[in-house]
Design a protein around this ligand. Structure first.
Ligand SMILES: [Zn+2]
Length: 493
């Protein structure tokens, strides 16, 4: 089967229903049930012990830090944290799962009934969070990169027992765009909390989606498929768009969508059926006998609540209020904790908030993107940018000159005044020099001069531009304006 293309009018007859399951690897030092390191990228099988190797008789001990981090996520997602939850064994066979079961949570999860806001066409939409639970990661099968990879696979158990949280949403997302937005927002939130690096390439953020379609206006759910392997934001969107179109085609051709697990194949740009979907009873869940129920006292919950940083939505609202920024700018600036922090440092160092927002979002972001750098690696310090912006705001330098200086600041990490003196970009504040330049322009443009003198004073801006140009942007713009008015003389009529 090739690409699925469903006519637009047919697509508009259907509504897509999506629920997300997101696994997030927590940034603890050690694994969830043993003291082994969680460090990524070390030689295979160097962070293992009897517990995470699943040797008989080894007993798990719960990592308190993992629980605290999971509670942070659950609290930020407005969930109710259960005072008592329970670990359960999820039984299945896989070569990278030495115990033959995964310790997870089942019918008594850590937290339930929360929500996360997403923004759709400028409006906030609340997406329900069904649950947040803790579990251990499995190891990793290595099928590539060895001389005998055509015949053998290898197993690395460094990841076995690394703590994960699974976040499950309600099926309240209505398009691939909304699913994309949901995961983006969730990732931003987790990064604000500092509990995961959310690196999709290294697998610290993994998404699966349940997707179904139904005729617009109906309320019963269609048969859903579980789409796995959505390990980049781009794939997530493409795979869900593909899957929705595929299901519409199946239904329109008189067939039934099968409940199954499908994998996204990024090379062929399609999903394909992997196996019929397992049901919970296939896993023979039962309470983990080697761990006590997880009891969480009120004080612990309060401690976690107090430790939460300001979250993205709240920060965005505050930026709109405190700095009088448009919603779009506030949203962009708070889309990363680091960017929001940088912006606030520029403002705290004395820059005008609106001017700072424009320069950070356009000029600085442009330079950072070109250099493929994060804002945390910006060669321009916040206080240097603030100083530059003050010079622009006072009219000491023109905006154009400011942009040139910023480029130089970016490549050299120097402050604006140093760049200006080194480049001979010092401002011309000498009235004599400016008057001479002004007279030259006036003499060379008798037509415009006559227009101005006959009352078309709007041409003043044109004169200012000419003088700025002839002084390579170095003349003090305010002085240019004043001197030009004087030199052009009184207006008749
Ligand atoms: Zn271990």
């Amino acid at each position: 089967m090739g690409r699925v293309s469903v006519a637009v009018e047919l697509q508009s007859k259907y509504e897509t229903v999506i629920g997300m399951e997101v696994h997030v690897q927590l940034l603890t030092q050690s694994k969830i049930f043993c003291g082994c390191s969680t460090r990524f990228g070390d030689p295979p099988n160097t962070h293992t012990c009897p517990v995470c190797l699943g040797l008989p008789g080894a007993l798990p001990t719960l990592n308190r830090q993992a629980v605290t981090m999971a509670m942070k996520a659950a609290t930020a997602l407005n969930c109710v944290i259960n005072s008592e939850s329970r670990f359960a064994r999820k039984n299945y066979f896989y070569p990278d799962l030495p115990k033959g079961y995964q310790i997870s949570q089942y019918d008594e999860p850590l937290a339930e009934n929360g929500w996360l806001n997403i923004e759709v066409e400028g409006r906030r939409k609340r997406i329900g969070i069904t649950r947040v639970h803790l579990e251990e990661d499995a190891g990793k099968s290595l099928h590539e990169g060895f001389p005998d990879s055509d015949r053998n696979s290898y197993i690395d158990l460094n990841r076995s027992g690394v703590p994960l949280i699974e976040i499950v949403s309600e099926p309240e997302l209505r398009s691939p765009e909304e699913a994309y937005e949901f995961v983006t927002r969730l990732r931003t939130m987790i990064l604000y909390l500092g509990i995961s690096d959310c690196n999709m390439e290294e697998g610290s953020l993994r998404c699966d989606a349940n997707a179904s379609v139904r005729p617009v206006g109906t309320s019963t759910f269609g048969t859903k498929t579980e789409v796995k392997n959505l390990n980049s934001f781009r794939f997530l969107h493409k795979a869900l768009a593909y899957e929705a179109a595929r299901q519409i085609e199946v239904i329109e051709s008189g067939n039934k969508v099968e409940q199954e697990t499908r994998l996204w194949d990024s090379r062929d740009q399609r999903t394909y059926g992997m196996r019929s979907k397992e049901f919970a009873h296939d896993y023979r869940y039962f309470p983990e006998p080697d761990l006590l129920p997880l009891t969480i006292a009120e004080e612990w919950k309060e401690e976690v609540l107090r430790s939460l940083p300001e979250l993205p939505d709240a920060r965005k609202d505050r930026f709109e209020r405190q700095y009088a920024l448009p919603a779009y700018d506030a949203g962009q600036l708070t889309s990363s904790k680091a960017l929001a922090g940088y912006y606030e440092n520029v403002v705290k160092a004395g820059a005008d908030p609106k001017l700072a927002a424009n320069w950070v979002l356009s000029e600085l972001m442009h330079l950072l993107n070109e250099a493929k750098r994060e804002v945390t690696e910006s060669p321009v310090r916040a206080r240097d940018l603030a100083e530059l912006l003050s010079l622009v705001a006072q009219g000491s330098i023109s905006g154009k000159m400011g942009k040139d200086i910023l480029v130089e600041m970016f490549s050299s990490s120097k402050g604006p005044r140093q760049v200006m003196s080194e480049k001979g970009l010092e401002q011309i504040n000498d009235p004599g020099m400016i008057a001479a330049a002004a007279r030259e322009i006036i003499t060379a443009n008798p037509k415009q001069t006559a227009q101005y003198r006959s009352g078309k004073t709007a041409t003043l801006g044109w004169f200012v531009g000419q003088v700025m140009k002839s002084t390579r942007g170095q003349a003090n713009p305010q002085m240019v304006q004043e001197i030009l008015k004087k030199e052009l003389g009184g207006v008749s009529g």
